[in-house]
Design a protein around this ligand. Sequence first.
Ligand code: ZN
Length: 143
Amino acid sequence: MPKFRKKPVEIEASQWFKNGDHPKDGTDRMQPDFSECEGAVVRYFRRPDVPGTTPCRHCDKTMHDHGWIDTLEGGHIVCPGDYVITGVKGENYPCKPDIFAATYDEVIEQKKNLTIGELEQILREPDRKVHINPDGSVSAEIN
Ligand SMILES: [Zn+2]
């Protein structure tokens, strides 16, 4: 049988713990405690057929602590700690942290020809790799 390899694609993702955590939730329009306004991407979990005090079958926290992403087919429940992935067509969906870690690597970009100021900044952060290039210029991995 012919074999196929999945094409590498870059996705955006962020870990979600509570209402307002998604970078595109529009936290600027929210109240300081977020209680009056739900996120634009991850909404409150709210289904009339499921009481908010019900424990989740994935994480055991009550459904009050969960989020919800609308989709054309219905929606996704977001557990606290799930990653919210934005796919290639702009769709958002949750992913369990262990699956996320097994599936995705962080995209590391290289910045070349650093200034002394940039180099000092990078060396203050933990686990940074800095390279001295053959031409004497300095590069660093950034993310
Ligand atoms: Zn859960």
